[in-house]
Design a protein around this ligand. Structure first.
Ligand code: SF4
Length: 357
């Protein structure tokens, strides 16, 4: 069945899209994955840029593509190497899902990347946004891409007063996006809407004077741009306390080492390395003792974490974990380790203190 864009495109693209495309031709950023869009490289760029700024993301995109130039190489890599290449980008579930999807492509699809949005959506960790972006950019499928930028632009352009994170608002945004995507050039038109949000219709200070849709924009005319998009009030992040069990040792003239264990795949910092930890939902600090350090406040999107570090000196050349755990002694200078940013920071501080003493 033809969608709105195909029916309307019989008479040419929507007039808003025509204006937008002419703006895009002159203002699109020169990003490396845009020159010759290829599904694997486009997929990487979309996943990396989901929670990362373009300048940082571009460096990681080159680095990742260099280490894993195609889906087969990525599928056969071990997870520690994948995590090591991702190190510093945060939101490690993206790397785990990329790796799992690459394995699924090689094992279940004979190494062939999907060519439709529906096909992409069947892979681990790939949602409607990423699927639509790859299918429209690389395979010219006329599906709209709705990311935060597009959501903001459309909610302002059409002055949508329903919360965009509720069903009513989502439906309104989807209908608008569906009507605006060009069936002849869906990849370019999708990228143009996203680019308008990234460069002009910015969250805090939209540059309406430079906007190609200045005269069409309803929220600009009504003076509501600051109030769009409408969102439901955010839930307060929950307060948690994390107690880290920090064992360290120094054997002979060897380096100072720390006992690190790999976290379970599910849950916070899944698959990363960490000091053994216990997390509880409380704001009450632990009883004070000599070898304790904290609290270190660490804020994630859904929680405010007060971290406490309990130190003990170990005089053994053996493992320091229980029978059920797998871990190892590591020196902080080992740059291949994949621990959360909080641990990275704390370890560097501790190492610096050790050098000073
Ligand atoms: S006129 Fe202003 S608010 Fe409206 S779409 Fe353009 S930049 Fe956004």
């Amino acid at each position: 069945m033809a969608n709105h864009s195909q029916i309307r495109d019989m008479n040419g693209p929507h007039p808003f899209t025509v204006k937008l495309l002419s703006w895009y031709e002159n203002h699109a950023r020169d990003l490396p994955w845009r020159a010759h869009p290829e599904p694997y490289a486009t997929w990487l760029s979309e996943v990396i840029l989901q929670q990362t700024r373009v300048d940082t993301g571009t460096a990681y995109w080159h680095r990742f593509l260099n280490a894993f130039p195609n889906v087969k190489v990525l599928a056969s890599a071990n997870s520690e190497d994948v995590m090591a290449q991702w190190k510093g980008l945060g939101y490690y579930s993206r790397a785990r899902n990329l790796h799992a999807a690459a394995k699924a492509i090689v094992h279940d699809l004979d190494g062939q990347l999907p060519e439709t949005a529906e096909g992409w959506k069947r892979l681990p960790g790939i949602g409607p946004y990423t699927a639509a972006a790859i299918a429209s950019i690389c395979h010219q499928e006329a599906v709209p891409v709705i990311d935060g930028n597009v959501q903001r632009v459309l909610s302002r352009l059409f002055n949508i007063d329903q919360p965009v994170d509720r069903k009513s608002g989502r439906v309104a945004i989807e209908a608008a996006a569906d009507a605006l995507v060009s069936s002849q050039n869906p990849g370019i038109s999708n990228q143009a809407w996203m680019e308008l949000g990234a460069l002009v219709c910015k969250p805090k200070n939209p540059n309406c004077g430079q906007c190609p849709l200045h005269s069409e924009c309803l929220s600009r005319a009504e003076g509501t741009t600051r109030d769009r998009p409408v969102k439901q009030p955010k839930k307060r992040p929950k307060d948690v306390m994390v107690n880290f069990d920090v064992k360290r040792r120094k054997i002979g003239s060897g380096p100072l080492e720390w006992w690190i264990e790999r976290r379970p795949q599910k849950g916070i910092w899944g698959g990363l390395e960490s000091f053994p930890l216990v997390m509880t939902e409380t704001t009450t600090p632990p009883p004070q003792e000599d070898a304790i350090w904290g609290p270190v406040l660490h804020i994630l999107t859904h929680m405010r974490m007060n971290a406490w570090f309990h130190f003990s000196e170990i005089q053994t050349s053996h493992d320091a974990g229980g029978e059920e755990t797998e871990g190892l002694w590591v020196a902080v200078t080992d740059s291949h380790r994949t621990w959360p940013r909080l641990i990275d920071k704390v370890l560097m501080d501790l190492q610096n203190q050790a050098v000073k003493n």
